[in-house]
Ligand binder design. Sequence first.
Ligand code: FES
Length: 145
Amino acid sequence: MNRREVVQKFLLGGTVLVLVPSILESCSKDTTKDPVTNPGNNPPAATKIDLDLSLAENAALKTTGNSMIVQNILIINTGTGIVALTSICTHQGCTVGYHSGAGDIECPCHGSIFSTTGSVINGPASSPLHLYPVSQTGNILTITL
Ligand code: FES
């Protein structure tokens, strides 16, 4: 091996040594975009829902016995106040609805019945519906998530 071959092999080896770390680095996980390791990159989750009861689309909630579902939340005017509960049945995830005649919340899939506080009246569901805090200022109804 002459001097020229030695220099070429040295330079080739140096190139490999320089490239390997940069290739490995490019394959590494960018944790700044990982929502698990860096949850700050997620868009902020909504913490409340405001409904303007003066709008036609929400006006039904002014009347006792009416209800509506907004973002998987069942909002009910029970006559003694407005309550908000998850509309997702705790049994297998069907959408529940308010039955104003009985004053309860019923699941059409397997017949679970819940009170307007979310507690289970009849199964097969065994867990209550989540109840969200509700407040009202003027015409603005606020559901805290
Ligand atoms: S999903 Fe509601 S009772 Fe089964």
